[in-house]
Design a protein around this ligand. Structure first.
Ligand SMILES: Cc1cc2nc3c(=O)[nH]c(=O)nc-3n(C[C@H](O)[C@H](O)[C@H](O)COP(=O)(O)OP(=O)(O)OC[C@H]3O[C@@H](n4cnc5c(N)ncnc54)[C@H](O)[C@@H]3O)c2cc1C
Length: 338
């Protein structure tokens, strides 16, 4: 079923304050629009829920200079405006050199055309890819219904093996695991000012209608990434069905600080397997403070999916994820990811 876009107002915000005042003025009836690659499709398909109505007004952030800036200072770190496009993340020399896990993740999002339009903020705030959620005829849990159709229906690709609840979707963003691995922070703004939240706290779990902690009058202004200290190994690996453009069946982002073969610090985050980017704490703890070797890597790979509860048709994701974790850690051990 194809619908036309509903009518809406479109407002170009001139600065960060104006975004906040417009969101406040429309009182939950407005949405931020950036590259529009996700939002307009959702509006055409009439996807709405108790906390996410079809917007009557769209507040365009792309004309605000701060939103499209990338600035780096070795002392203070990297700041990226939420309106920076994915292809600019890929092309940025400083990101390629110092934060390469982010550049690798951005390069694996969709197609060139999509990366030219899609933005950092839109990637982090995009909605799930579950076919039932996106279909106008299915009023699933996230849309205010009382059931999840995917548990007994089609769930081979974009559904979870870990941490699922009333909804079994996976978080679709490739950038989120990479940013958590880099210990990034989000800067969120509303008309009262801003708040800084570690990015792993930005995402909600499976029993919420929305996927982020943003309030209706609030938006994502900027991402901050601290300078990485010491020698780091960074890697993002992703498996998908169509290599030309597809969401992750499973992905892993890892950032490790290595000294004399000993892993002093490790942040490892899985994508495509849980309703939110999944930090593999147990696997991290096995590796941290130890000399890395193949046996330890195999054990950490097992630990990374401990507690997995695959659905009837996505059990293959368990082994797939273990394999990706092994490859990621091996590339760090062998210095390939340096
Ligand atoms: C064919 C296709 C393939 C794709 N493949 C992948 C993939 O492999 N990996 C992957 O990670 N993603 C993939 N995506 C998703 C894609 O990355 C997102 O559609 C894109 O990044 C969204 O950015 P945008 O600027 O277009 O967002 P928009 O469509 O403008 O907005 C998306 C949502 O985010 C909100 N929003 C946007 N910016 C802000 C902000 N600053 N503050 C608060 N809310 C905001 C909007 O209100 C809206 O709800 C794919 C999408 C398509 C259509």
């Amino acid at each position: 079923m194809f619908f036309e876009l509903p009518s809406f107002e479109h407002v170009d915000a001139r600065d960060l304050k104006e975004v906040a005042s417009l969101l406040k003025r429309y009182g939950g009836r407005a949405a931020v629009i950036a590259g529009a690659t996700d939002l307009l499709g959702l509006m055409k398909d009439r996807v709405e829920g108790p906390e996410c109505r079809i917007p009557e007004a769209l507040v365009n952030i792309k004309k605000i200079p701060e939103m499209t800036r990338i600035t780096y200072d070795k002392e203070t770190g990297l700041r990226i405006g939420a309106g920076v496009t994915l292809n600019r993340l890929v092309a940025s020399e400083v990101i390629q050199k110092e934060f390469k896990v982010l550049s690798q993740a951005a390069l694996q999002v969709g197609t060139t055309q999509l990366r030219n339009m899609g933005t950092l903020g839109g990637n982090l705030c995009q909605r799930p890819r579950c076919l039932y959620f996106r279909h106008p005829d299915f009023v699933c849990f996230k849309k205010g219904g009382d059931r999840c159709y995917a548990t007994t229906g089609e769930h081979r690709f974009y559904h979870a093996i870990l941490k699922h609840g009333r909804c079994v979707m996976v978080h679709p963003s490739d950038l989120a695991p990479a940013l958590i691995a880099l210990k990034a922070e989000t800067i969120l703004m509303n008309s009262n000012g801003n708040r800084k939240i570690p990015i792993e706290e930005f995402f909600l779990g499976p029993n919420h209608y929305g996927e982020t902690i943003l309030n209706p009058d609030e938006y994502l202004a900027e991402i901050y990434i601290p300078t990485q200290t010491g020698r780091t190994g960074q890697v993002f690996l992703k498996e998908r069905i169509r290599h030309s453009a597809d969401f992750a069946l499973s992905s892993v982002a890892a950032v490790a600080r290595i000294s004399d073969g000993v892993c002093e610090d490790l942040r490892m985050v899985l994508g495509g397997v849980a309703p939110l980017p999944y930090v593999a704490f147990k696997a991290e703890d096995m590796i941290k403070g130890k000399k890395m070797h193949e046996g330890l890597i195999s054990k950490a790979a097992e630990a990374s999916v401990e507690g997995a509860k695959p659905l009837p048709m996505n059990g293959y994701k368990v082994n797939l994820t273990k394999t990706l974790v092994k490859r990621a850690l091996a590339s760090i051990l062998n210095g390939i990811a340096a």
